[in-house]
Design a protein around this ligand. Structure first.
Ligand code: ADP
Length: 545
C-alpha cells in the first residue's frame, strides 16, 4: 500500500527559499578584525540568485563542479547554498592541503569554476596552472586584476559579476539523490578521498544537526563557525543554520585565539564549533586574559578526541559546556554526540560527556573484531567501528565511477578505521584510529588514552603518542611532549603521574620534548609526520629504565 503523503524532493533550494523568506531577518556576519559585515538571509537569497545567474552565464549546468578557495565568510555562505540550489555541485577546496594534493583534488573533481578570496590569490595563483579543468576564476573580496590567468582561464570580479545579475533565479526541482556537494578527506592517514553528498543526505543531516540530540541550533542562536567550510562538509553548519534560522558568525581569516576571543566579546555567539586544537588555544588565551564567555550555550568539539582536562577547565573555570561529537568527512560528518542520558549526574555525567557520544537513529553502528566477527555492544569489547545510514557515504568518488574498495566498505557498511567500544545504551568510546593504536607484545595500548591522561598534568600543553618499533615488544609508545609556557617536567615525573591510571606494562618508557606537535591541514595531530621525524632521527628520545 502506498502512502498518501506528498513526494516533495529534499532539495537544498527549499532551504534557501525558506531561510530567505520566513527567516529572512536572520543573518550571516563576517568578522573584519574590529567588527562585522552582515547580510540578512533575505540578502543571502538575492546574492545566491545573482551568483546562480552568473554561474549559469559562465556555462555551469546541473552536475558541474564549482570550487571555492575561501575563508569562512558571507560570500562562502552564499556559494554554499547557491551552487547546489542551482543543481551544480559545490566543492570547497581545503586551502591548507599540500600544493600537489590541492591540485590533485581540483583535477579529480573536475572543477570548472573556482571562487577565490582576494587574500588567498598569491597562494591560489601557484596552483591555478595545474588545475586542468578550471575555465573561470571569480575573485571575491579582492582585486581580480591581481591574478594573471593562464591561457583559457577568465578571471572575474565577484562584486562586478553579481552586480550585473538579476536577484531572482528559477531554481530547478532537483532529484534529492543527485549530487549537491563534495568534500575530500584531509588525508590524515592517506591520500585525500572524495565523498559526494546528495541533497537528501545534506537535508536529513541538517535536521539531525539542529535536533536537540544533535547540536540543537534554533532561530535564537548565533553560531560561530570556526570549523572551516572546507573541512568535512563544514560539520553541516551552513545548511543547519539556514534550516533553523540561526544566525551564523564567520571568523574569516582571524583564527588565532586572540581575535577569536575578541569576536566572541563583541558578537556574543551562543554556539561555536571547532577542533580541540583551537579550543586548546582559546583556553590558553582565556587563562592569560580572562573574559566572560558564558554567552556560549555550547561549544561543539570533535575531529579528534577532546582531553577531559580541557572539558573540565571550560566548565569549571569559565562555565561553558564543551559538547563532544564524533564524525568523519564520510559521515557528513555528524555521527554521534555526547549528550549524557537522563539520570547521569556528577562523575557519571562526566563519564558520558567524555565519550564520543550516542548514535542517533540515522546512524547504525557495529563493531567488527580482529577475527571478523561482530562484537557485542557491552561497553567492553573492542572492534573497528562500521557505520551505515542515509548521510553516510557508500563509496568514494572516482571520475570513472565510484569505488567501493573492500578495505573501506564491508557488506554495505563504511569501515571507519576507528577502533572503539559501544555501550548497551549506544555511546561510542573511541580507543584509537586503527593506524595509531599501539600493539605491544600482542596487547593494545590506546595512544588517545595516554594523550588524554598526560595533558591533565599542569606542565603539559600538548602530548602526542605514537608507536615506535621495539625489538622485544614489536611496538612501544613514544610520548612527544610540548611543555606549557614557562613550565618544566621530567619524564620520570610524567610517568609517575600516569602510574595510577594505566597498567604497569602500558606506561611509556620513551619520551621526547618538542616545540610543537605537527598538525594536519585541519588542525589534527599529524602522526604521520611525527613518525617520520622519529624515523629520520630528528627527535631526541629519552629512555626511562
Ligand atoms: P581525516 O580522516 O583526513 O582526518 P576527517 O576530518 O574526516 O578527515 O576525520 C575523521 C576522523 O577523525 C575519524 O575517523 C576519527 O578518527 C577522528 N575523529 C573525529 N571525531 C573524533 C572524536 N570526537 N574523537 C576522536 N577521534 C575523532
Amino acid at each position: 500500500m502506498l502512502s498518501t503523503m506528498q513526494d516533495e524532493q529534499l532539495s537544498l533550494a527549499t532551504l534557501l527559499r525558506y531561510a530567505s523568506t520566513f527567516q529572512g531577518d536572520s543573518h550571516v556576519s563576517t568578522w573584519t578584525g574590529d567588527g562585522v559585515r552582515t547580510q540578512t538571509y533575505r540578502e543571502v537569497g538575492e546574492d545566491a540568485a545573482r551568483l546562480a545567474n552568473a554561474l549559469y552565464g559562465l556555462g555551469i549546468r546541473v552536475g558541474d563542479r564549482v570550487g571555492t578557495f575561501m575563508w569562512n565568510n558571507n560570500e562562502h555562505m552564499v556559494a554554499y547554498i547557491a551552487v547546489p540550489a542551482m543543481g551544480a555541485v559545490l566543492h570547497a577546496l581545503n586551502i591548507r592541503l599540500f600544493p600537489e594534493q590541492l591540485v590533485f583534488v581540483a583535477n579529480h573533481a573536475e572543477d570548472q569554476v573556482v571562487i577565490v578570496d582576494g587574500s588567498l590569490l598569491p597562494m591560489f595563483a601557484q596552483y591555478l596552472p595545474g588545475m586542468k579543468t578550471v575555465r573561470h576564476v571569480i575573485v571575491a573580496n579582492g582585486d581580480a586584476s591581481a591574478l594573471t590567468a593562464p591561457a583559457g582561464v577568465t578571471v572575474h570580479s565577484y562584486a562586478e559579476l553579481l552586480a550585473a545579475q538579476s536577484d531572482t533565479y528559477d531554481f530547478p526541482v532537483i532529484d534529492e539523490r543527485s549530487a549537491a556537494g563534495m568534500c575530500y578527506t584531509s588525508g590524515t592517514t592517506g591520500d585525500p578521498k572524495g565523498v559526494v553528498y546528495s541533497h537528501r543526505s545534506n537535508w536529513l543531516h541538517a535536521m539531525q544537526v539542529i535536533s536537540p540530540n544533535g547540536m540543537g541550533f534554533t532561530a535564537r542562536d548565533n553560531v560561530l563557525a570556526i570549523v572551516p567550510l572546507f573541512h568535512a562538509n563544514a560539520w553541516g553548519i551552513p545548511y543547519a543554520t539556514l534550516m533553523s534560522g540561526a544566525n551564523v558568525l564567520m571568523p574569516d581569516r582571524f583564527l588565532q585565539p586572540q581575535p577569536l576571543l575578541q569576536m566572541m566579546a563583541d558578537q556574543k555567539p551562543t554556539f561555536a564549533a571547532a577542533v580541540p586544537t583551537i579550543w586548546g588555544g582559546v583556553l590558553a588565551g582565556l587563562q592569560a586574559n580572562p573574559q566572560d564567555i558564558t554567552h556560549l550555550r555550547t561549544c561543539v568539539v570533535g575531529g579528534s578526541a577532546v582531553p577531559p582536562a580541557m572539558m573540565r577547565a571550560f566548565q569549571d573555570q569559565y562555565g561553558v559546556k564543551l559538547l563532544h561529537a564524533w564524525g568523519m568527512t564520510e559521515t557528513s560528518p555528524l555521527g554521534s554526540v555526547a549528550h549524557p542520558p537522563v539520570g547521569a549526574e556528577g562523575e557519571a555525567e562526566w563519564a558520558y560527556r567524555y565519550t564520543q557520544g550516542r548514535f542517533p537513529a540515522g546512524v547504525q553502528a557495529r563493531l567488527v573484531g580482529e577475527d571478523g566477527t561482530i562484537q557485542p555492544n557491552d561497553g567492553v569489547a573492542w572492534g573497528e567501528l562500521e557505520v551505515k545510514g542515509p548521510w553516510i557515504t557508500g563509496a568514494y568518488y572516482s571520475p570513472s565511477g565510484s569505488a567501493v574498495d573492500a578495505d573501506k566498505f564491508h557488506d554495505g557498511w563504511l569501515r571507519t578505521g576507528d577502533v572503539g567500544k559501544i555501550s548497551p545504551n549506544g555511546y561510542l568510546t573511541l580507543v584509537d584510529r586503527s593506524k595509531d593504536v599501539i600493539k605491544s607484545g600482542g596487547e593494545w595500548i590506546s595512544s588517545v588514552d595516554l594523550e588524554n591522561a598526560i595533558v591533565g598534568h599542569p606542565a603539559v600543553a600538548e602530548a602526542a603518542v605514537i608507536g615506535i618499533p621495539d625489538p622485544k615488544w614489536d611496538e612501544r609508545p613514544l610520548v612527544a611532549i610540548v611543555l606549557a609556557e614557562g613550565a618544566d617536567a621530567k619524564p620520570e615525573e610524567l610517568r609517575d603521574f600516569l602510574a595510577d591510571k594505566f597498567a604497569k606494562w602500558q606506561l611509556p618508557e620513551y619520551w621526547t620534548f618538542i616545540e610543537e606537535v605537527p598538525k594536519t591541514s585541519v588542525g589534527k595531530f599529524d602522526k604521520k609526520r611525527l613518525r617520520a621525524q622519529h624515523a629520520d632521527g630528528s627527535l631526541t628520545v629519552i629512555t626511562l629504565s
